[in-house]
Design a protein around this ligand. Structure first.
Ligand code: DAH
Length: 346
């Protein structure tokens, strides 16, 4: 027998074992295969290279056959033709590679956007660099207005045409003027403007368990004829009950923002203790959740919407804190820590 015939015979044996054994991978550790490798060095020098090549090719073929067999035997579950493809085709973890997952903030932003979309809101991205015109001027903060100090953020050295530095926006309200301007034609067709922007914002904060310099906000705006504050409260209540999957009580207190009049601080009953008092709500039963109000006439005018005809409401609030409350996360810094034992829980 030539060595080719020898190898072919062993090949047949090993393939038969792969087909019949419970642990087909054992073939790779078998004495038969090891023996072939050990015998390479004993071949006459003129055959040694091609012999070695044949043995190596055989090993690769065996590995493929083993994978094939494992894929077949591990997928005994009936195939559900109506499921997404990933249910029917689990990724074999053959290389010991871990499949990653979506970051909890991304998951929750999609979830919130989905609720608002179903309520009729269009979804907009915000920006990570913007001009001060959109972050302040269009929102009724004139230059030098003291309320600008509440939105202390980072700036880059590049400047816009008016000589103001571009900034990392401190709130998603920076999108209001763009959204109002883009959707203004809807009003002429007697349709409301309803939009949300849920995205990253920045502030010059001292970082601790409750404060991050980079965090997320959800913003909503709604404009049409005859809109009043009751609609604002009902919209937010519906959104929050959808997000926390609970009945939630809400209340508003007077507040101040330059871009709303009247402005409110919006409180919801604590979703954990249902107002009996716990650590999440500092024993008060209520949580100060976000800012909101009726859009200031000057903000509508800046977008060329006539405040004599149209009125609207807006709101804006932190996303991270909502996620922390929903999932019992105690420290906001976990989100950007890259800690796998945190991320694997989502
Ligand atoms: N932009 C405000 C902040 O970050 C929150 C806010 C309050 C947004 C009232 C609004 C609003 O749209 O109407 O503090």
């Amino acid at each position: 027998m030539t060595y080719r015939e020898d190898i072919a015979k062993i090949r047949d044996e090993l393939f038969a074992q792969i087909a019949s054994q419970d642990d087909p991978g054992a073939v790779l550790r078998s004495d038969r295969l090891k023996g072939l490798f050990l015998s390479i060095k004993d071949q006459p020098s003129q055959d040694r290279a091609s012999y070695g090549q044949l043995v190596n090719e055989l090993k690769i073929e065996l590995e493929e056959a083993i994978l094939d067999r494992k894929n077949h035997t591990e997928r005994r579950d009936p195939i559900d033709l109506t499921s997404p493809f990933d249910v029917n085709a689990p990724l074999p973890d053959l290389l010991g590679v871990e499949v990653g997952s979506q970051h909890p903030i991304s998951q929750e932003i999609l979830y919130m956007s989905d609720i608002l979309q179903r309520m009729g809101f269009r979804v907009y991205d915000s920006r990570e660099i913007d001009d001060q015109y959109h972050m302040f001027d269009t929102l009724n903060f004139p230059k030098g207005h003291p309320a600008r100090d509440d939105y202390d953020t980072f700036q880059v050295s590049e400047q816009d045409e008016s000589g103001m530095n571009f900034v990392a926006p401190a709130h998603t309200s920076t999108m209001q003027n763009r959204i109002l301007t883009e959707l203004r034609p809807l009003l002429e067709k007697d349709q409301p403007i309803a939009a949300t922007s849920i995205d990253r914002v920045f502030r010059n904060e001292d970082v601790d368990a409750r404060h991050e310099h980079t965090f997320y906000q959800h913003e909503g705006i709604y404009v049409s004829k005859g809109i009043h504050a009751g609609m604002l409260v009902a919209t937010l209540q519906t959104f929050l009950e959808g997000y926390f999957e609970k009945t939630i009580e809400v209340r508003i207190n007077p507040f101040y923002f330059p871009f709303t009049e009247p402005s409110f601080e919006f409180n919801m009953s604590c979703p954990f203790c249902e107002k009996s008092g716990c650590n999440v709500c500092s024993q008060s039963g209520w949580i100060e959740l976000l800012g909101c109000g009726m859009i200031h006439p000057n903000v509508l005018k800046m977008a060329e919407i006539d405040p004599e005809i149209y009125t609207g409401f807006a709101w804006g609030g932190g996303v991270d804190r909502m996620i922390m409350m929903k999932h019992g996360i105690e420290d906001v810094r976990h989100f950007h820590s890259g800690k796998l034992n945190f991320l694997r829980q989502f």
